[in-house]
Design a binder for this molecule. Structure first.
Ligand code: ATP
Ligand code: MG
Length: 140
């Protein structure tokens, strides 16, 4: 199977709770390697571009407000089947519905503040990585 790259965000609620290390450990223990990583605030403009597919959803304003409310960790994760694997490790969007042991079950607070983002396809991963990382910032 090919090595894939995917994009992940450790969201502001998880950074505030001090569980960056626990989340990264879960990625690494499941065979995902960190190829790029930054901590910082994201601008409203970049956040709106990133979540453009949700622009018409009723929670869009709240989502952008939350995602720009504090520092996040931006990650490129690499590994075999990385895109689907990351989605499995994250768990369902709503932490109440996420399988036990997944990141969202452990650290999500509600459907909006659900601790992590992960790209849902190869096309999304490429689009999302390009928003937050320059090519030279991603290691192989
Ligand atoms: P993500 O794209 O963040 O990995 P996802 O693919 O599981 O999550 P999406 O349907 O793409 O879920 O929604 C994107 C994000 O919008 C969710 O992670 C969550 O933060 C927020 N969101 C989704 N549904 C709701 C909702 N009903 N109310 C509030 N926020 C929501
Ligand atoms: Mg999504």
């Amino acid at each position: 199977m090919a090595i894939e790259k995917t994009f992940s965000i450790i969201k502001p609620n998880a950074v505030k709770k001090g569980v960056i290390g626990d989340i990264i450990k879960q990625f690494e223990e499941n065979g995902l390697k960190i190829s790029a990583m930054k901590l910082g605030l994201i601008s409203k403009e970049k956040c709106e571009l990133f979540y453009a597919e949700h622009r018409e959803r009723p929670f869009f304003g709240e989502l952008v407000q939350f995602m720009t409310s504090g520092p996040v960790v931006l990650l490129c994760l690499a590994g075999e089947n990385a895109i689907l694997k990351n989605r499995d490790i994250m768990g369902a969007t709503d932490p109440k519905k996420a399988n036990a042991g997944t990141i969202r079950a452990k650290h999500g607070d509600n459907v909006g503040e659900n601790a992590v983002h992960g790209s849902d396809s190869a096309a999304s991963a490429a689009r999302e990585l390009a928003i937050f990382f320059d090519k030279h910032e991603i290691c192989n």
